[in-house]
Design a protein around this ligand. Structure first.
Ligand code: PMP
Length: 367
C-alpha cells in the first residue's frame, strides 16, 4: 500500500496529520462550535427559491466579484457594528478559513512569517504552513489573556509579516479590548509594517463590541468573520473580511477565478435576508453560554471567562481521560490539547443539561 510519505510531497508536510475534530455519531455533539439550531423553515424555503433561480444560470460562471453578496454583507456589518462599511471594503470566500488562506497567500509565503498567541485557533498555524509561511508561537498569560508586553516584544524580535489576533479566541473564549489591538498594531507597524488580522469568527457572541471600527485609517488591519457560527450556517461555507479596499484589491491577486459558486452566493444572500431571526438564536446561545459558565463553576470546575459560543473548563489531571468519560455518557466535547482543559460548545438547553449531568457524574466518580 502506498503511504503519503512514499509520495514526492513537500518536506514540511511529511509526518503531519490533517486538521479535524472527530465526527462521531453520539447523541449530543458539542465539539465543533456549531450553532445547534437548524435554519428555520421559512429560510429553508427562501434558500430553495434563490438556489432555483441561480440554477437557471448554472451554465454560466458565477459573479466573480460577488458584488450583491458583498453589498449585503457590508450592510449587515454597518448595521451590527455601527461602523459604515461598503462593498469595496468587504471580501467573501468559502469559509473564513479560505479568507485566511487568501490573506496568507497575499501577505505571507516563503521567506515570510506569521505570529499568533497560543493556545489559539490552530488553523492559523496550519494555513501558514500550507502557504509556506513560517510560524511563530507567541505567549499568553496564565488566565489565557494575551501577555501584551511579551507579545509586543515578540513582534519586535521576529518582525512577522502577519499578526493574528483571535477575538474571541478559540479555544479559550477570551476576547481582547481595542487597546490591546491598537498596541499590537502599532508594534507591528513599527517592526515592518505588517498585516494584522483580527479573527472575529465568534464576534457576534461577545459581551464586547466588535473591533471592526478599528480598521478606519488603518490600512494594514483586517477583521475576518464567518456565517458558520452566528448565522448557523457552517455547512454553507461562507466567510468574509472587512478592511481597507486596497486589501480587497490585493487578495484578488491570489483568489481563484469564480471561487464562490452561484449556489453559495444565492444561499448566503437568502440567509442574510433572515438576519434578525438568526441573531435571535445568538441571544439564546449567549444566555446558555453564560449558564454553562455559572453551572460548571458550581460543579467545581475552573472555567475561563467566555465571549464565544463555547466554554473552556478544567482542570483535569488527565483531560483526555475526562474527555473519554464524558463521551462514554453520550456527550462529545473537544480536547484541544490545552493541558488540563476541555472545551464545550453551547448547545440547546437540553443538550447543555445532558452535558452538565455528564460532567457532574464524572466529577463524582473521580472524587
Ligand atoms: N476562525 C476561528 C477562530 C474558528 O474557530 C473557525 C472555525 N472553527 C474559523 C475561523 C473558520 O471557520 P469557517 O471556515 O467555517 O468560516
Amino acid at each position: 500500500m502506498t503511504r503519503i510519505d512514499d509520495l514526492p510531497i513537500r518536506d514540511e508536510l511529511r509526518g503531519k496529520s490533517p486538521y479535524g475534530a472527530p465526527q462521531l455519531d453520539v447523541p449530543v455533539r458539542l465539539n465543533t462550535n456549531e450553532n445547534p439550531y437548524p435554519l428555520p423553515e421559512p429560510l429553508v424555503a427562501r434558500i430553495a427559491e434563490r438556489v432555483a433561480e441561480a440554477a437557471r444560470h448554472l451554465n454560466r460562471y458565477p459573479d466573480r466579484d460577488a458584488v450583491e453578496l458583498r453589498t449585503e454583507l457590508a450592510r449587515y456589518l454597518t448595521r451590527s457594528t455601527g461602523h459604515e462599511v461598503t462593498k469595496d471594503g468587504v471580501w467573501a470566500a468559502n469559509g473564513s478559513n479560505e479568507v485566511i488562506q487568501q490573506l496568507l497567500q497575499t501577505f505571507g509565503g516563503p521567506g515570510r512569517t506569521a505570529i499568533g498567541f497560543e493556545p489559539s485557533y490552530s488553523m492559523h498555524a496550519l494555513i501558514s504552513r500550507g502557504t509556506g509561511t513560517g510560524w511563530i508561537s507567541g505567549p499568553r498569560n496564565e488566565d489565557f489573556t494575551i501577555d501584551l508586553d511579551a507579545a509586543v516584544a515578540a513582534i519586535a524580535e521576529h518582525r512577522p509579516e502577519v499578526v493574528f489576533i483571535c477575538s474571541p479566541n478559540n479555544p479559550t473564549g477570551t476576547a481582547v479590548d481595542a487597546g490591546t489591538v491598537l498596541r499590537l498594531y502599532e508594534a507591528a507597524q513599527a517592526a515592518r509594517p505588517s498585516l494584522v488580522v483580527v479573527d472575529e469568527a465568534y464576534g457576534e457572541f461577545s459581551h464586547r463590541p466588535s473591533l471592526l471600527p478599528l480598521i478606519e485609517g488603518r490600512p494594514n488591519l483586517v477583521v475576518s468573520r464567518t456565517m458558520s457560527k452566528a448565522f448557523g450556517a457552517a455547512g454553507l461555507r461562507l466567510g468574509y473580511l472587512a478592511a481597507d479596499p486596497a486589501v480587497v484589491d490585493a487578495v484578488q491577486l491570489v483568489r481563484l477565478p469564480y471561487h464562490l459558486s452561484a449556489v453559495t452566493q444565492a444561499t448566503a444572500l437568502a440567509a442574510l435576508e433572515h438576519t434578525d431571526t438568526l441573531l435571535g438564536y445568538v441571544e439564546q446561545l449567549k444566555a446558555e453560554r453564560d449558564r454553562l459558565v455559572t453551572e460548571l463553576r458550581a460543579i467545581g470546575c475552573e472555567v475561563t471567562e467566555s465571549d464565544a459560543n463555547f466554554v473552556q473548563f478544567g482542570r483535569f489531571a488527565d483531560s483526555h481521560a475526562t474527555w473519554q468519560a464524558i463521551l462514554d455518557r453520550g456527550v462529545l466535547v473537544r480536547d484541544n490539547g490545552v493541558p488540563g482543559r476541555l472545551r464545550v460548545t453551547a448547545g440547546t438547553p437540553e443538550e447543555n443539561d445532558a452535558f452538565l449531568d455528564a460532567v457532574r457524574a464524572v466529577m463524582k466518580e473521580n472524587q
